[in-house]
Unconditional design. Structure first.
Lengths: 171, 311
């Protein structure tokens, strides 16, 4: 009886590790897609509406998406007019928001450095500056999509198989 | 009374601390001038001062704050809320209006478009922050001449820096609100340089009355005709007229049955007479001439068909 329970626990554990890895990849993909949508929205608001950054943050805060609370906070702090730069405000709020998400360090740094692109004096130039970030984030999205498509099933199978092999060895 | 916060809110981070003491004198502050690598200058009660690194006023050019290009960029970025593209039109006109109706004049390297018109200004290295001072009651003295049983088409003539715009703004406010025998009238302002109403995001920052609408940052001629078509104002107010097209538009407004309040650069009736080919004496019924005496702007003369008042 104890052996059966041990076997089941071992199989559950190994497949759980594999599932958690796959889930992390899915979550990473979801967040990067959301961020890409946000960058595209910012680009379009600049390109077609010439909306200012606080206005865009307010609009993004009102949308029901993963980072709406972050954009609400950024907007509120911008409206306080306390002398803090947009770079600092964005950096502080996104550092705290990205702590809990399973993104790689390079991906987090890329998101945090977004305000550095806001240096252009005309809307077309500014939209072009943001396009660079959209391109970069799309590269990460494509990479993860490929990983998920090709490797997720293999990883799940490997997880279960590893559990089974361990059970056989232990018996 | 200008709020100290309005002045402080122009500056980001560490620069804000340097203006904390100066902001306490906001009511007397007229201008803050920045030229790259040169001392920062402020104009208070017509006297120029320099600022040291701790924000203290100084007359001696030693140990004063010399502003860098980066600090000027920081101010522009902060004022434009890190959205320079959204201020492209204002920047191409050479100024930005900020909350409180204050104006920041800009100079730097001009970028032209294919039609040789100014498209933008890059490498902005000179700023002139002009603090808006609204004087409620500035038009008290002239109101009895402008409203005399009916409203008269009025031209305010004054040299630069003599308070033409301040006078026009208060005249608009009083006529718009109405008082005693004078009913409040619907007024339309064409504010080409955002100086009369000092609008920020379309909202007038100065008190221009309850029945006033503002066509902000709009060329005078187009603005006057747009207002007539869209808002049916009883009075149209416009600052600094002078071109043939301005006078043609004013003639159209009068033909449409609206009244006009306008200002023009000049020192006397002779300056207004230069525009006589447009029969300016028939267009306007009152001419208010301002001058500066002992450093204070005053009404010098008021003309109707002939001189009716002398200050």
């Amino acid at each position: 009886m104890v052996r059966i329970i041990g076997t089941l626990l071992l199989l559950a554990g190994s497949s759980g590790i594999a599932y958690s890895y796959c889930n992390e990849q899915n979550e990473r993909l979801k967040i990067l897609r959301v961020m890409r949508e946000i960058f595209i929205r910012i680009k379009k608001e600049i390109e077609y509406l010439k909306a200012s950054i606080p206005e865009i943050c307010l609009n993004l805060g009102e949308q029901n998406q993963t980072f709406s609370e972050v954009f609400k906070d950024i907007y509120q702090e911008l409206e306080l007019n306390n002398g803090r730069s947009f770079n600092d405000i964005w950096h502080i709020h996104f550092t705290s928001a990205l702590k809990k998400v399973p993104l790689k360090e390079a991906e987090k740094e890329m998101i945090k450095s977004f305000p550095e692109s806001l240096i252009y004096r005309d809307s077309e130039g500014q939209a072009g500056g943001i396009e660079k970030y959209i391109g970069e984030i799309s590269k990460y999205v494509d990479e993860i999509e490929t990983v998920i498509k090709n490797k997720n099933k293999v990883i799940m199978c490997m997880g279960i198989m590893a559990g089974m092999i361990t059970v056989v060895i232990l018996f | 009374m200008i709020k100290a916060e309005e002045i402080l809110n122009i500056f980001p981070g560490v620069l804000r601390e340097r203006f904390r003491e100066i902001s306490l004198r906001a009511a007397d502050l007229q201008e803050i001038r920045f030229s790259v690598r040169q001392p920062v200058r402020v104009l208070i009660k017509n006297k120029e001062f320099l600022i040291d690194l701790s924000g203290k006023l100084s007359k001696i050019p030693d140990n004063v704050w010399h502003i860098s290009g980066k600090e000027i960029d920081d101010i522009i970025n902060y004022v434009c809320k890190y959205s320079l593209y959204a201020y492209e039109d204002e920047i191409s006109q050479g100024f930005i209006t900020i909350p409180g109706g204050h104006r920041i004049g800009l100079a730097g390297q001009v970028v032209l478009n294919a039609e040789n018109k100014v498209r933008n200004i890059k490498n902005i290295r000179f700023l002139n922050i002009r603090i808006s001072h609204e004087i409620i009651g500035a038009a008290d003295e002239i109101l009895p001449f402008v409203f005399d049983k009916k409203i008269h088409n009025t031209l305010i003539i004054a040299p630069p820096g003599c308070g033409k715009t301040t006078m026009l703004r208060d005249l608009v406010r009083q006529v718009s609100n109405g008082s005693g025998d004078m009913p409040g009238l619907q007024i339309g302002i064409v504010d080409e340089r955002s100086e009369i109403a000092g609008s920020y995001l379309g909202v007038p920052q100065n008190d221009v009355g309850i029945r006033t609408c503002v066509m902000d940052a709009c060329p005078k001629v187009q603005g006057m005709m747009m207002l007539i078509r869209s808002m049916a104002p009883e009075v149209v107010a416009v600052d600094e007229i002078g071109s043939k097209e301005d006078l043609e538009a004013i003639a159209n407004i009068i033909t449409c049955g609206s009244k006009i309040f306008a200002t023009i650069h000049g020192y006397s009736m002779a300056d207004a007479a230069k525009l006589d080919s447009f029969n300016i004496n028939k267009m306007f019924e009152r001419f208010i001439i301002l001058h500066k005496r002992d450093g204070v702007c005053r009404v010098k003369e008021v003309y109707g068909e002939e001189k009716i008042w002398c200050g």
